[in-house]
Design a protein around this ligand. Structure first.
Ligand code: PTJ
Length: 256
């Protein structure tokens, strides 16, 4: 029997429950892999320790990420099942506001069926061109064995900056070896992806993308190329990861 629960905005963890609902619905529709639910649970644990909010070091990383995306010649946004279920609309908005970017699908738990459902979902939100789905246009990243070894010749292969939220460590390392500047969103500051990327945003993707769009729009209007380069040059990714860990470690048991 179909279960129906009502979520009330007054619930203290409303947004977290909403994200769960989106993932479970995405799973039932075939968009999210079953393993995607487990990955989300791991993320939730770190998010709980962050206080389910954007901390200052992550706000700084979002700001720098917007600069890197604006400076890029050809930025690619790489998407998977979880990202689709949680924020397909926002990813399409980000892509529109960047103007010179494109979106590419890369599934870790690849099936043709999921690829089709995800690509239809993006089309519903107005995306006309999705890379990564034409088998004739795919090429292998050397030394990478997983399903994510394939990249699109006209997408990631040509990109100078790749935005890979919720990414697997091996692929991030492989993208770095291809000399791509890698931006990620990962709630786990200790993951290999977090440690390897050039810019790691330790925050929940549902909070990140709207802030990233806001920053892109702000800098496009108010910042020069030199301002953006200064932002990039002064950024220290490991320092941001350490600060996120400090916030997580400082969580206290509330005293009665
Ligand atoms: O759709 P597919 O087949 O491409 O699979 C997607 C998943 C996410 C299942 C796959 O890429 C995977 O297994 O990823 P990992 O290696 O578990 O890494 C996901 C990382 O994202 C983990 O470090 C999680 O803590 C983190 N994470 C999970 N949910 C969120 C998150 N980070 C930010 N926001 C979230 N909502």
């Amino acid at each position: 029997m179909e279960r129906k629960i009502e979520l009330h905005e007054s619930h203290p963890r409303y947004l977290s429950l909403l994200a769960r609902e989106k993932l479970v619905t995405g799973f039932k529709r075939g968009i999210v892999a079953s393993e995607g639910l487990i990955a989300h649970g791991r993320g939730e644990c770190f998010d709980y320790l962050l206080g389910e909010r954007t901390i200052q070091s992550s706000r700084d990383a979002i700001n720098v990420a917007s600069a890197a995306l604006l400076l890029a010649n050809y930025p690619i946004i790489s998407i998977n099942g979880n990202v689709t279920a949680l924020c397909v609309d926002q990813i399409c908005r980000l892509n529109r506001s960047l103007e010179n970017s494109a979106v590419e699908i890369n599934l870790f738990y690849y099936t043709k069926e999921r690829e089709k459902l995800i690509s239809e979902e993006f089309k519903k939100y107005g995306l006309t061109r999705l890379f990564g789905i034409d088998p004739n246009n795919l090429e292998s990243i050397p030394e990478l064995e997983s399903n994510r070894r394939l990249v699109d010749r006209d997408g990631i292969s040509k990109a100078d900056v790749v935005f890979v939220p919720l990414e697997d460590g091996d692929r991030t390392i492989a993208l770095k070896r291809l000399n791509k500047k890698v931006i990620t969103v990962d709630l786990n500051p200790l993951s290999r992806t977090a440690l390897t990327s050039d810019i790691t945003i330790v925050d929940n993707i549902v909070r990140v993308i709207p802030q990233l769009i806001e920053r892109v729009e702000f800098h496009r209007k108010h910042s020069s190329e030199a301002d953006l380069n200064d932002l990039l040059e002064s950024f220290d990714n490991l320092d941001g990861l350490k600060k996120a860990l400090e916030v997580m470690k400082s969580k206290q048991v509330p005293l009665q």
